[in-house]
Every structure is written in structure tokens, then in C-alpha cells.
Design a protein around this ligand. Structure first.
Ligand code: SF4
Length: 383
């Protein structure tokens, strides 16, 4: 098989320009068309357990998460917010359902933003004036987070179910209430578990407002299904320049959500690519176990902060030729691996030394580039 290799030249080409939006700040992270698309996740710890929550936030931060959201269903959780907001290395958004008093508590706590679900906060519309005032006083943006599973009763009565039009109308209605009080520091999400409904809902929003949009397929499912649903839906929207911050929802540890979100953005050149493994699918010509080799190389180079494309090819027939533009690669065969750098074969090593040699060469390239290697320094894992 033939694949095009090599990191895209900078600035990397993108499929479309970003849709122009208002800009807002979630702490130090800008959200809107003038800023890179940020990756979010949400903690799964009890927010009231400050240490456990901060530990998970630290793991998310290390994984590349830009913004983290924490649930706030009880008074104990609300009490924990100031410490979490103060100690977290990335901006913290409080996620508020049902209890309007926690919206104010989160704003007072110094959270970088507050997510409200207007569909299930009691008498939300009556409190918009006070919420807008408190948020404005503290410079706190609000995410209007409409969710198919908890759509406003009035909208449900009108549409009968969570259609794209219903989701968009609910969000735009709430945004209009904030606008009545001269509050525009708003971003919007309209999540549904069906990518088709979700994509259409965001398209309607994009046509009708210029608020930044937070993309998400809600309840997307376990890692395999959720990854595909999110990638397909986000891809369809990002292709149109729609989307300013993303959250992949998986029934999996939140670090996995961050990895998937980053990979989606990197795949579309919307985020700088770091380590990228280009491995062949193997075929009847392969003389090594390509799957295992690719996994070992991936694990061995985990933590590389330097943009690096590594080709792992199963045979010498296509390997060097296909890898001409890769930074580093191996073409295997007959119990040996041809190691190449920028398409030139620099040495041939026994199969058991392939991973170790690739890591050495990767470190050398990283040093020569003058860039640092990430905290998770590469380790050699040879099976
Ligand atoms: S084994 Fe060789 S020919 Fe087969 S897919 Fe891999 S690189 Fe291509």
C-alpha cells in the first residue's frame, strides 16, 4: 500500500476557515474563532473530595486537557469549588443542574466559567437577570448547555421530542434572555446522542448566532463507539468551521476523552501534531508482527512532545519508499529492521533492537530540534 508521509508544512492546511464568533475567556483560555479550539473533559470524582478531584485534574492536565468541568450536585461540592478553582492548573468550569443557588456559589468561588442547564434549573428564566449580574461582576462566562435528555418542558411541548430545531431554539431562547440583560459572555452547546441530530442542531445555531460553540455528542457510549460517533460528528462540523471548544464524552476514564479530542483536532490540523505513528495494516508480505511492533513503538515513544512522524512498515518492499517524508521509520523483514531517518536508511538492526533504536533516534531528533522531551520521558518496551 502507498501512503503519503511527512508532517504537514506549517502553517498546516485546514479544510475550512473557522466560523467568526464572539470571543470570551475561560480563565486564561480564550474561546472563540480567534483562539485555538480547546479540549475539555469532566472529572468523575466526587467534587467534594478536593484531593481526589485535584489529582484527576492533574492527570487531565498532563494529558493535554485545556479546560476541566466538575459536577456540583450538593452543598459539599459547592463548598469545595473555591479550593479546586484556586489549585487547579487549568480553568475549572462548574456544572450546575437543578439548583440555581449553586450557579451563584460557583461564580463566587472563582470558577472560570459556569455551565447551566436551563432545562432543569428551577425557574431558570426568572433568575437570568441575577445570574447575568453576578457573572458580569465577576467576569465569569456562562455556557448554556442544552441537552436532549433534559430539554425545557415548554420546548418539548412544542416539538414533541428533542429535534435539532428544538435544541437550537432552547439554547437561543436562553441566550436571548441573557442578551436582554446586556450579557453576551456566553457559549452554547446542544448535545444529543445521535450525531445526525447533533450536527444539524449545531448547524442551525451557527446560522443564527455568533456565540462560540462547545461541541459534544452526549452519552456517546463506550470508548470504541463514542470515539467514532464524536469523530464523525465533530469532523462534519469542523469541516464547516463550526466548533470552538470540544468535549468527547466516553464511558471511559476522562483522560481517554482528552486523548481522543486531541487526536480529532490533530487529524484536521486544528492542533499541532506531536507524535504520530504511521503504521501499515500489514499484509501477506509482512515478515514481522506489525501490530505488536506498532504498539511497542507507540508505547515506547509516549510522552514525546516533539512533532514527530514515525513510520512502522511491515516489509522492505514498500517501507523505505513510502517513508521518504517521515521523520523516522522502520521497514522490517527477515528478522531485521531497516531504520531510516528522513527517508535515508541509516542502519539495519536485529528485530529485537528495533524499538530501542527508534527511541534513540527519536531522542536525537528531539535534541537536534532544540525542543524538550515531555514529562513522560520515553521508555523502551520491547516484547
Ligand atoms: S507489509 Fe509491506 S506491502 Fe504489506 S501493507 Fe505493510 S508495508 Fe505495505
Amino acid at each position: 500500500m502507498t501512503v503519503a508521509l511527512g508532517m504537514p508544512t506549517l502553517p498546516a492546511p485546514v479544510l475550512s476557515e473557522r466560523r467568526k464568533t464572539r470571543q470570551l475567556q475561560v480563565g486564561p483560555v480564550g474561546v472563540g474563532s480567534e483562539h485555538p479550539i480547546s479540549v475539555q473533559s469532566m472529572t468523575t470524582t466526587l467534587t467534594s473530595d478536593v484531593n481526589a478531584t485535584l489529582q484527576q485534574i492533574a492527570e487531565l492536565t498532563a494529558a493535554g486537557c485545556d479546560i476541566v468541568r466538575v459536577a456540583c450536585p450538593s452543598a459539599d461540592d459547592a463548598e469545595a469549588l473555591p479550593a479546586i478553582a484556586r489549585k487547579s492548573q487549568i480553568p475549572v468550569i462548574a456544572d450546575i443542574h437543578f439548583q440555581p443557588k449553586y450557579v451563584f456559589a460557583a461564580i463566587e468561588a472563582g470558577c472560570a466559567a459556569v455551565r447551566v442547564n436551563p432545562g432543569n434549573i428551577r425557574k431558570f428564566d426568572d433568575q437570568v437577570k441575577e445570574i447575568a449580574k453576578a457573572a458580569k461582576d465577576h467576569g465569569t462566562p456562562i455556557r448554556i448547555g442544552v441537552n436532549a435528555g433534559s430539554l425545557d418542558k415548554r420546548i418539548m411541548d412544542k416539538y414533541g421530542k428533542a429535534t435539532p430545531e428544538a435544541l437550537a431554539e432552547s439554547a437561543l431562547w436562553e441566550a436571548s434572555l441573557f442578551a436582554e440583560h446586556d450579557f453576551y459572555d456566553v457559549k452554547i452547546s446542544v448535545k444529543h446522542n445521535d450525531p445526525v441530530v447533533m450536527v444539524r442542531a449545531y448547524e442551525i445555531l451557527a446560522e443564527q448566532c455568533d456565540y462560540p460553540l462547545h461541541l459534544g455528542v452526549t452519552e456517546a457510549g463506550p470508548a470504541f463507539q463514542g470515539t467514532i460517533k464524536s469523530a464523525v460528528a465533530f469532523g462534519a462540523l469542523l469541516r464547516q468551521g463550526i466548533g470552538d471548544t470540544i468535549r468527547v464524552s466516553l464511558s471511559a476514564p476522562p483522560v481517554e476523552e482528552v486523548k481522543v479530542g486531541i487526536q480529532i483536532l490533530q487529524s484536521l490540523n486544528l492542533k499541532e501534531r506531536k507524535l504520530e505513528i504511521v503504521s501499515c495494516p500489514s499484509c501477506g508480505r509482512a515478515q514481522v508482527d506489525v501490530y505488536t511492533l506498532a504498539e511497542q513503538v507507540t508505547a515506547g515513544l509516549e510522552g514525546m512532545e516533539v512533532p514527530l512522524r514515525v513510520a512502522v512498515m511491515g516489509c522492505v518492499v514498500n517501507g523505505p519508499g513510502e517513508a521518504r517524508e517521515a521523520d523516522l521509520g522502520v521497514a522490517s523483514g527477515n528478522g531485521k529492521g531497516q531504520i531510516f531517518v528522513k527517508g535515508e536508511v541509516i542502519k539495519t538492526v536485529p528485530e529485537h533492537a528495533i524499538v530501542e533504536t527508534l527511541i534513540e533516534e527519536a531522542m536525537r531528533i528531539a535534541e537536534e530540534s532544540g525542543q524538550t522531551i515531555g514529562e513522560g520521558e520515553p521508555t523502551v518496551t520491547v516484547g
